[in-house]
Design a protein around this ligand. Structure first.
Ligand code: 2M8
Length: 424
């Protein structure tokens, strides 16, 4: 393969990747490193399938929704089949569910993908109404089990829940989590990917300690929110949920589920207040907020720009965010770095501490577009396309030289490419 492959060749490659990672009724993020169904990966996979086999897009979401917990949570991993190649597997989570799942959630891109599918006429009737109900139950669960009552913001009880696992702003809150006495374990990720690109051992021990805490409270999600040593407000999760709520409202209007639309109207103002509470005057951007200590995160991250997805950014806040964007854009060949490259915590190659992730770019571009900022949306999309043209369908990329990093043949990178290549 030449260093620069034509867009058309990449198009075919993306199609082949989606098909290779298709397990029939669900897709895996990539074979080997991530052998199960991941929640937000599946929503992005569905966005890709829209362009290839629209009914397969619907099935992807249906399979995910079938793993919904009785309390409404849609879990972050569904372990459809055993696979020893991943840690922590179902026996470590110990949730006792059928199918086996993890005990936490992930960003709710589900309704955003469903709205796209429905708008293009690929789902309707009872089938659509059932998926709308699943999204509604999940959104209500977020409000009950992941909302900080004082601020209205949505928090995460595990860095894995955010999807941006080792982002530097989790370091402070994670330091308060003791890993003493955890059961010994063997990481599997390092058998697939270079250790310099992955979270550290110390971080992994604390991730495992948080899984053990979930078991200790019997995976009672309200207790987790109230008692977990790690509960941190996340601008990514909050903004994505707000966007998903707006999409859910439109979907519910189209299916005649008026009670669902009314529920969104009640929750939305609270969530918007929550988004505002995540604004740090010190950083001049949306940051994390440790609900246990009241401390804001230290830096601008890619999630700061997800604020535009919430569609309620004041003129002053928008100007501050745009100034950060332009400052980073002047120094990064490829936008958007997952963390501020001027921060000492920035790490060009390590997972969520600097690299560019195409799916976050997909959401950021959507936020800019929605707020009428076509120029910045196009900068994000053009850089994303250039990354794939240059390096292929990797998990993530260096924002400085575009080096492809992490796992290869990645479903969500291929899906984001296809969506953009086929005109969204
Ligand atoms: C990464 O997370 C998993 C844990 O959920 C891991 O590192 O083992 C993250 O990038 C996450 O956002 C993503 O959903 C998952 C699968 O692609 O991998």
């Amino acid at each position: 393969m030449s260093a620069m492959t034509s867009a058309q060749d990449r198009d075919q490659e993306a199609t082949a990747i989606l098909s290779a990672n298709d397990r029939g009724s669900f897709s895996v993020p990539t074979k080997g490193l991530y052998p199960f169904q991941w929640n937000w990966d599946s929503a992005f996979a569905a966005l890709g399938y829209i362009h290839l086999a629209p009914q397969r897009a619907v099935t992807e979401l249906e399979t995910l929704a079938a793993a919904q917990w009785p309390d409404g949570m849609i879990p972050h991993i569904v372990f459809h089949r055993p696979d020893p190649g991943y840690f922590p597997g179902p026996e470590v989570w110990g949730t006792g569910t059928t199918p086996p799942t993890s005990g936490i959630t992930q960003p709710p891109v589900f309704a955003i993908a469903l709205a796209r599918i429905a708008e293009r006429g690929h789902a309707g009737g009872e089938r659509l109404a059932r998926l709308v109900s699943a999204a509604d139950r999940w959104h209500r669960w977020f409000f009950a089990a992941r909302r900080d009552e004082a601020t209205g913001a949505i928090g995460v009880v595990h860095p894995w829940e955010s999807g941006r696992d080792n982002m530097p702003d989790w370091d402070g809150p994670l330091a308060a989590v003791s890993a003493e006495g955890i059961k010994p374990f063997v990481r599997r990720d390092l058998g697939h990917v270079d250790a310099a690109l992955r979270p550290t051992q110390e971080q992994y021990e604390r991730y495992v300690a948080l899984v053990e805490f979930g078991q200790k409270v019997g995976w009672d999600q309200i207790r987790l929110r109230n008692e977990c040593p790690f509960f941190v407000g996340d601008p990514g999760m909050t903004a994505i949920l707000i966007r998903a709520e707006r999409d859910l409202k439109r979907l519910a209007a189209s299916t005649g589920q008026a009670d669902i639309a009314a529920g969104v109207d009640e929750r939305l103002p609270v969530l918007l207040d929550g988004m505002n509470a995540l604004w740090s005057d010190v950083i001049g951007a949306y940051t994390t907020l440790d609900f246990r200590t009241g401390n804001h995160g230290d830096g601008v991250s890619s999630a700061s720009f997800l604020g535009f997805l919430a569609e309620a950014v004041s003129r002053e806040k928008a100007a501050a965010l745009n100034a950060h964007f332009d400052r980073l854009a002047a120094r990064c060949r490829f936008m958007v770095p997952s963390y501020d490259l001027e921060s000492p915590a920035f790490d060009e190659k390590r997972y969520w501490r600097g690299p560019v992730w195409l799916v976050v770019n997909w959401l950021i571009a959507m936020g800019f577009e929605t707020s009428g900022d076509t120029a910045r949306a196009e900068r994000v999309r053009a850089d994303s396309r250039a990354l794939v043209e240059k390096g292929g369908f990797y998990e993530y990329f260096s924002p400085l030289d575009g080096a492809p990093l992490g796992g290869g043949d990645f479903t969500w990178t291929a899906a984001a490419w296809l969506d953009w290549a086929r005109g969204g």
